[in-house]
Design a protein around this ligand. Structure first.
Ligand SMILES: *Cc1c(COP(=O)(O)O)cnc(C)c1O
Length: 454
């Protein structure tokens, strides 16, 4: 019998609900706090930034949230996404492990980001909002939101981290093709941007600074709202379509994962894949090890502090209890732009504190070595971010080779690298370096944490 390579669901089998893990946790995550009062933020505090429907999803205790028909309609452009069995990689590694990957690179922009960009644009448009502002680093999120806004006919204004704006012209062209307006960040258009520029005229920017700019503009415009591509509960909620599909595909395969690995920047692709499996684990039906993999240069889970901190550099957002490197932290310019954020999703941070997941950090050369190995076996060139998950996946598979264990490994392959090929160019030319994050640098950044809240 021919060996099966991929598990495909019919459109009619696509899940129609997102899953909210908070309903099944032994205790809920600590709430966001208002920086001035130290009290939990209420819906009114968030109303200038987000539409009502998303504020409700941010705090809901319901186990499932129905996906609107209009959103399902757009999802069907590329969903359900395939689950692959990486038989060629298994053979290349000579491992008894069975390796599966859930591939999100089939979306129009090449990553998992549209899974949340589409519902965010939909809910804003449904409430009469005419414009969304946002930040983007390498441009994955910006291009997803630009696509989603085009779909629902609303404007999209994006602040892109200066270093990426200058170095990665193709994502910029992609965002403009979808009709978005782009600014390099820091910019002269906002008080937050001007403050950074007056202190550091050559600032390469950071996600934290770009968030400040986008939040500032949305807060001052009653016809605009702000959209965030990761970190928040409603974003992780939307991404659970990934894990819900994967569960159905594992039923097709007649297999059960023993190890789940995924890369974590703000935590959304990882949370999206693992939460439905964690539901099954908490119910005692399966017992996989679940491991987050982050860059050694930006290790919020493994070396950050679990504390209340701002989501942005200027301190305009509510205080979030999360694993953080400090809101002033500017990570080294590693190639995995999507993993260069100072904080980690509060929900995922809480789940990590509860001991329900593990975390590890990997330096970028090992990640690209894994990416090249994967590409030569499976054909897909992984985005720099999921090469972190692949490095951990390959390590696990090679351990199985030594012990003879036939573990089943599932990894999130959250995007392809077609617009990040210069990173592979640098690796192949031997020009890539691993920068260690010095303890003194980290301590200096952590010293800037807000002191008022626990
Ligand atoms: C944005 C991005 C990430 C990091 O964000 P998460 O919220 O942690 O998923 C990872 N991979 C890709 C391909 C991305 O575009």
């Amino acid at each position: 019998m021919a060996e099966r390579t991929k598990y495909i669901l019919d459109e009619s089998e696509m899940p129609t609900r997102w899953y909210n893990i908070i309903a099944d946790l032994p205790e809920p995550p600590p709430p966001p706090l208002h920086p001035a009062t130290g009290e939990p933020v209420g819906p009114d505090d968030l109303a200038p930034l987000f539409p009502e429907a998303l504020i409700a999803q941010e705090v809901t205790g319901e186990r499932y949230v129905d996906i609107p028909e209009e959103v399902l309609d757009v999802y069907r452009l590329w969903r359900p996404s395939p689950l692959f069995r990486a038989r060629r990689l298994e053979r290349a590694l000579d491992t008894p492990a069975r390796i599966y990957y859930k591939y999100e690179g089939v979306s129009p922009v090449g990553s998992h980001k549209p899974n949340t960009a589409v519902p965010q644009a939909y809910y804003n448009a449904a409430e009469g909002i005419g414009k969304l502002t946002t930040e983007t680093g390498a441009g994955q999120w910006g291009s997803a939101l630009a696509f989603a806004c085009a779909t629902f006919g609303i404007e999209c204004e994006i602040w892109q981290v200066r270093a990426s704006y200058d170095q990665k012209p193709y994502r910029k062209i992609m965002m403009e093709t979808y009709g978005a307006t782009l600014h390099p960040s820091p910019s002269e258009l906002t008080a937050s941007g001007r403050a950074v520029l007056s202190a550091h005229p050559d600032s390469p920017g950071s996600l934290g600074i770009a968030i400040s700019e986008a939040v500032e503009v949305a807060a001052q415009d009653p016809g605009a709202r702000y959209a965030l591509g990761s970190v928040l509960n409603h974003v992780l909620l939307h991404q659970t379509i990934i894990g819900e599909e994967a569960i159905l595909q594992f039923e097709q395969a007649g297999d059960t994962p023993d190890v789940l690995v995924g890369c974590t920047g703000g935590g959304s692709n990882f949370g999206g894949l693992i939460f439905p499996f964690l539901r099954e684990k908490l119910a005692g039906r399966i017992s996989p090890v679940i491991r987050a993999v982050e860059p050694a240069a930006c290790p919020s889970l493994t070396r950050g502090r679990y504390a209340y901190d701002f989501g942005d550099t200027a301190g305009l957002t509510p205080l979030l209890k999360m694993h953080t490197l400090g809101h002033d932290f500017i990570p080294d310019p590693i190639h995995a732009g999507g993993l260069r954020y100072h904080g980690m999703s509060p929900l995922l941070s809480h789940i990590y504190e509860l001991g329900l997941i593990e975390a590890t950090a990997v330096a970028q050369q090992e990640c690209f070595a894994a990416g090249v190995r994967f590409a030569r076996a499976e054909g897909i060139i992984p985005a720099p971010e999921p090469t972190h998950a692949l490095a951990a996946c390959i390590e696990e598979a090679l351990r199985c080779k030594e012990t003879g264990e036939e573990k089943v490994i599932l990894t999130a392959l959250c995007g392809h690298a077609h617009l990040d090929l210069p990173a592979y160019g640098a690796y192949l030319a031997g020009e890539m370096v691993d920068n260690e994050l010095a303890e003194a640098t980290l301590q200096e950044s952590l010293a800037g944490l807000p002191v008022s809240a626990g």
